[in-house]
Design a protein around this ligand. Structure first.
Ligand code: AMP
Ligand code: ZN
Ligand code: FE
Ligand code: FE
Length: 311
């Protein structure tokens, strides 16, 4: 992978040449899922894997959930790994689904937690609806079987796929998606999504940094100027499914709009074949810059709340 450039707003970097020349702990992975959404690793296993790969920092970014962050933070503290509390919020802009990563969010922010609870209720109802459609197709799956397998508040299509495989109704997860769960397949149910500007606002209100996830996957270039207008802080240039050319393309966009650059593997543990953690090499400097921005955001929020207003 091409060595990423830093954005023009880069603060002075603290990673020493000595550390870099030793080649240790240079990389971070800022996009990871756990069992609190559709990953198969518990937060502790995510951290153990991060340690095994010698990562210097990680972010946990479960879909519409922050529940794994406390456990991951604790495990990271014990392992000497820098931890970024995060979440991946499902949103939409002009009918396109897009994912917004919130980094350094306050995981106890009431407005964020209220919205997350709403998203999770929507996800649970969507599971029931997908199962009803499968039943209609004479697939005798129960919603309870999916919930039991998912064992989290933020279930999604991968859990339905795993339940179909576990029940022997599909041979593989891919088959389950291809036959039933992909967009416009017979058991596909659209998901309620908040507007992207509202998601950015929610992340900012929780004192976090808002980053557009894997733009290369959602083909959302046309909406980027609107997202920037809505306060988008950064863009995920490095991702498992971004080729070098795509990463370069988004680095240019980041430069043009003065956006921070992030990256991560989007590892879901074993749910999509091989575990991806640590496979996208994101230099530590990007975490430093993200952290500097988060500190600015927190200072601005504290000032605007006058130090005594809670929401
Ligand atoms: P949902 O949030 O319920 O719409 O589910 C989206 C999740 O399904 C994302 O993590 C996708 O990467 C995952 N997904 C999509 N297609 C597949 C597939 N063929 N096999 C496994 N996971 C998939
Ligand atoms: Zn996922
Ligand atoms: Fe995503
Ligand atoms: Fe993800």
């Amino acid at each position: 992978m091409t060595e990423p450039r830093l954005t023009s707003s880069a603060p002075e970097l603290r990673t020493t040449d000595h550390e870099l020349s030793r080649g240790r702990a240079r990389f971070v992975d800022l996009h990871l899922h756990s069992t609190f959404s559709d990953g198969t690793y518990s937060p502790e296993v995510v951290v153990a894997e991060a340690q095994r790969f010698g990562l210097r920092g990680i972010a946990l970014t479960d879909h519409d959930s922050v529940e794994g962050c406390a456990r991951a933070a604790q495990a990271c503290a014990a392992a000497g790994i820098e931890f970024v509390p995060g979440a991946e919020l499902t949103a939409e802009q002009e009918g396109n689904e897009l994912h917004l990563l919130g980094y350094f969010i306050d995981t106890e922010n009431l407005r964020l937690l209220e919205q997350i609870e709403r998203f999770q209720a929507v996800r649970q109802n969507r599971i029931r609806e997908m199962v009803a459609r499968l039943n209609h197709l004479r697939m005798p799956l129960s919603a309870e079987a999916v919930f039991l397998l998912a064992n989290c508040r933020s279930p999604g299509r991968p859990h339905v796929a795993r339940a179909l495989v576990a029940a022997g109704m599909c041979g593989t997860l891919d088959e389950a998606f291809e036959r039933f769960l992909k967009k416009r397949r017979p058991a596909w149910v659209p998901k309620f999504k908040m507007g992207a500007a509202d998601a950015i606002d929610l992340i900012h209100n929780a004192e976090g940094v808002a980053v557009l996830a894997h733009p290369g996957l959602n083909r959302t270039d046309a909406v980027i100027p609107d997202l920037v207008e809505a306060g988008l802080d950064g863009i995920e240039c490095f991702h498992t499914k971004h080729s070098t050319a795509i990463a370069e393309h988004y680095l240019e966009i980041a430069d043009r709009f003065h956006l921070l650059v992030t990256g991560g593997s989007d590892c879901h543990g074993l749910s999509k074949g091989k575990p991806l953690i640590g496979t996208v090499k994101v230099p530590y400097q990007h975490l430093e810059i993200l952290k500097a921005r988060a500190l600015q955001t927190k200072a601005a929020t504290a000032a605007s709340k006058g130090g005594d207003l809670q929401d």
